[in-house]
Design a protein around this ligand. Sequence first.
Ligand SMILES: C[S@@+](CC[C@H](N)C(=O)[O-])C[C@H]1O[C@@H](n2cnc3c(N)ncnc32)[C@H](O)[C@@H]1O
Length: 364
Amino acid sequence: MKTTHKIIYEDSRKMNDLQDKSIDLMITSPPYPMIEMWDKMFSEQNQTIKNAIKKENGNLAFELMHKELDKVWKEIYRVLKIGGIACINIGDATRKINGEFKLYSNHSRILSYCISLGFSALPTILWRKQTNAPNKFMGSGMLPVGAYVTLEHEYILILRKGNKKEFKTEEDKEKRQQSAFFWEERNVWFSDIWDNLKGIGQKLNYINLRERSGAFPFELAYRLINMFSVQGDIVLDPFLGTGTTTLACLCSKRSSIGYEIEQNFKDIINVRIKEMISCSKQYNLDRLNRHLIFVKEIEEKRGQPLPYTCKPYGFKVMTKQEQNLILYHIDNIKEKDDSFEAYHEETKYNPMGSHVKEDLTHYS
Ligand SMILES: C[S@@+](CC[C@H](N)C(=O)[O-])C[C@H]1O[C@@H](n2cnc3c(N)ncnc32)[C@H](O)[C@@H]1O
């Protein structure tokens, strides 16, 4: 089975290549307003932003930066199908301007604009990103009252266009069943606090690159894609950066479209896509392996086997809904202009194989 992955090196404030109601899911992380590393990019998109920063008018700069992002959210609302979900990873900013230190609440500004467009807000995820940096506390130190709370989290806003997606045909129902996730994954993925997201898919995370480009971890995109779309769906990222959303789509048998204004990212995106051929199978095997460790532990604790069997794999699962779950890895990727065709193969699992590790206990 084939998926396609298109990358458009253009400005996503106008996505003329995309038709209305053509996208199943949108996942993104925009440049964060009022975080200094993005000042230049915002100023290039609107000259008055540069002037507002120069004049140290923080409120105006904040609003003008969001006005540029608003154009993208409006486009997202247009291109999403009814029932389609938008996931926006965003952090708030703290900044001292004109002698005044304060919070610029990016998440609430985006949330209220998206609601004004017609989106329904769904419960939000807090992504905890704890830092051990010695200088993480700001302000007056141990003396009241001028010390500031450190921001150690970001948000993942979750919004829906219209009512819940429906699965009417037999084919759609079957695809949904195959796209199920494990019960124990559900318990972690659908909790409203996600911790550091280290440890899983470390190889795919490129820590240095993430710090320089504002990339989110592979696991963040992977979870959201598997939570809010089914195999074969089309996922859009209007601020693609280093291509993490594309990689997670490749690994999840979803098609993808990414917009990125910086042509310079092309080489790194292409390298990362090709690397997925060797990573995706192991990623799936690790996921299956974690499940078997979970089954072993819970059966020992309960003193009886789990009630259901996952038919494609023959191992036990907790619920009926997991019985048809199948994972696919990438067999081959072919490049065509700025797009890629990926060919997927069912990931087979041999519990006696060399890929079985004992130390993967993230879900226990
Ligand atoms: C926070 S980064 C995204 C990082 C990405 N999630 C990843 O994992 O690499 C935001 C990206 O949006 C791009 N960008 C900013 N404004 C844009 C626009 N109007 N159209 C397309 N891309 C834009 C920037 O060049 C930057 O790469």
